[in-house]
Design a binder for this molecule. Structure first.
Ligand SMILES: [Zn+2]
Length: 98
């Protein structure tokens, strides 16, 4: 008589998930490492090319159609309190910008 074996084979051991950036789990908030500010930030675009398109009307006047701006230089990101360069967090800003 064969009893069904209740022994489970191939036990899976859960490996602990470790994240290299534990701060990323803290609600994804950027905190200034120098002064602890996590409210006020600003961004500086170094070279911005602004293109405005116009239509010339029959009477010679111009009507603007659209503005296009493209950033040619670096975009930097700073703490609004102590002006520390937080450009390393700029990607986070882009991800969390709504
Ligand atoms: Zn700061």
């Amino acid at each position: 008589m064969n009893l069904p074996s209740k022994e489970k084979t191939g036990k899976k051991t859960k490996s602990k998930i470790t994240t290299p950036f534990p701060s990323l789990q803290m609600g994804k908030r950027v905190v200034c490492p120098r002064c602890g500010n996590d409210w006020h930030f600003y961004e500086v675009a170094e070279d911005v090319m602004l293109t405005t398109r116009y239509i010339q009307n029959a009477d010679g006047s111009f009507t603007p159609q659209s503005d296009e701006s493209s950033i040619l230089g670096e975009v930097k990101f700073f703490c609004g309190e102590c002006n520390t360069d937080l450009t390393q967090f700029h990607n986070r800003l882009m991800e969390m910008l709504f």
